[in-house]
Design a protein around this ligand. Structure first.
Ligand code: NAP
Length: 241
C-alpha cells in the first residue's frame, strides 16, 4: 500500500473524480478526510471507506469560505493528528464567452477553482512545515493550456491554479513538501457529461502524486502519470530585465 499510515484531505469528494480519489487513497492505506458541501454524499463515502477498513470523516465545507476551510483543517488535525496529503480537487465550471459571461459567473468560478486551493494550501502548509512532510495534489485541467472558446473563467482559474502550484512548490523548497498539479483527462462526470473516460482514470496520477518519494518532482504538471511541460524553463531570460 502506497499511502499506509498517511492522512489525506480530499476536497470536492462528494462525487466524480474526488469521490474516486478519496476511495483510492483509502485503498492505498490512508485515513481520509472527505469534504464538499453535500453532506449526505460525504456520509455515504465515509461508509464505503470504513468498509475498506480505513478511518474516514466527513467535514462539509465550502472551499471558498476561509472559516469553512479553517474548520476542515482543524477537524482533520484534531481527529488524525496530522495532514500528509491535500488533494485540491473541488471545482466548478461555468461556460460563457468573454463578452457574454457575467461578472458573477467569473467570480464563482475563480472562488472555487483558485481561491479554494489557495485557502486550503494556506491552511495546511503550517502543519506540513511543522512535520516536514506534505504532498499537495492540485486538480488542474488541460483547459488552462487549451483555452477553448467559452471557457475563459474556467481556463483562467486553472491557469491560476497552475501558477499557485509552482509558486507554492518554490516557496517550500526547503521542506519535504511536494506540490504538483495534474490534468485528470476528459472524464465523464456531472461537470463533464461528454467525458470519454470514467472518473477512475484520474486515480493513478492522483495516487502517484500523493505518494511521491522525497526526491520526487516539485511544481510540475502531470496527465495520465506523464509529465507535461506547461511552463517551459527559460534560463536564457532574465525576468528582472
Ligand atoms: N471531468 C473532467 O473531465 C475534468 C477535466 C479537467 C479537470 N477537472 C477537474 O476535476 C475536479 C473534479 O471535477 P469533476 O469532473 O469530478 O466534477 P463534479 O462531478 O462536478 O465534482 C465537483 C466537486 O467539487 C465540489 N464543489 C463544487 N463547488 C464547491 C465548493 N464551493 N466548495 C466545496 N466543494 C465544491 C462538488 O461538491 P458539492 O457540490 O457537494 O460541494 C463536487 O464534489 C475539478 O477541479 C475539475 O475542474 C475535471
Amino acid at each position: 500500500m502506497k499511502l499506509h499510515g498517511k492522512t489525506a484531505v480530499v476536497t470536492g469528494a462528494s462525487r466524480g473524480i474526488g469521490w474516486e480519489v478519496a476511495l483510492a487513497y483509502a485503498r492505498e492505506g490512508a485515513d481520509v478526510v472527505v469534504s464538499a458541501r453535500s453532506e449526505n454524499s460525504l456520509r455515504e463515502l465515509v461508509e464505503q471507506i470504513t468498509q475498506l477498513h480505513q478511518r474516514a470523516i466527513a467535514v462539509p465545507a465550502d472551499v471558498g469560505e476561509a472559516s469553512d476551510v479553517e474548520k476542515l483543517v482543524n477537524t482533520a488535525v484534531d481527529v488524525f493528528g496530522k495532514i500528509d496529503i491535500l488533494c485540491n480537487n473541488a471545482g466548478l465550471l461555468e461556460i460563457g464567452e468573454v463578452d457574454q459571461l457575467t461578472v458573477a459567473a467569473w467570480d464563482r468560478v475563480m472562488r472555487v477553482n483558485a481561491r479554494g486551493p489557495f485557502l486550503c494550501s494556506q491552511a495546511v502548509l503550517p502543519i506540513m512545515k511543522a512535520q516536514n512532510y506534505g504532498r499537495i495534489v492540485n486538480m488542474s485541467s488541460g483547459a488552462a493550456i487549451r483555452c477553448a472558446a467559452g471557457y475563459a473563467a474556467y481556463s483562467a482559474s486553472k491557469a491560476a491554479l497552475n501558477a499557485l502550484s509552482l509558486t507554492t512548490a518554490i516557496e517550500v523548497a526547503d521542506y519535504e513538501i511536494l506540490v504538483n498539479a495534474m490534468s485528470p483527462g476528459y472524464l465523464k462526470t456531472a461537470m463533464n457529461p461528454d467525458g470519454t473516460r470514467p472518473p477512475e482514470d484520474a486515480v493513478p496520477t492522483a495516487v502517484m502524486l500523493a505518494s511521491l518519494p522525497s526526491d520526487g518532482p516539485r511544481g510540475r504538471f502531470f496527465r495520465f502519470e506523464e509529465e507535461m511541460i506547461v511552463i517551459p524553463e527559460s534560463p536564457q531570460i532574465d525576468w528582472t530585465k
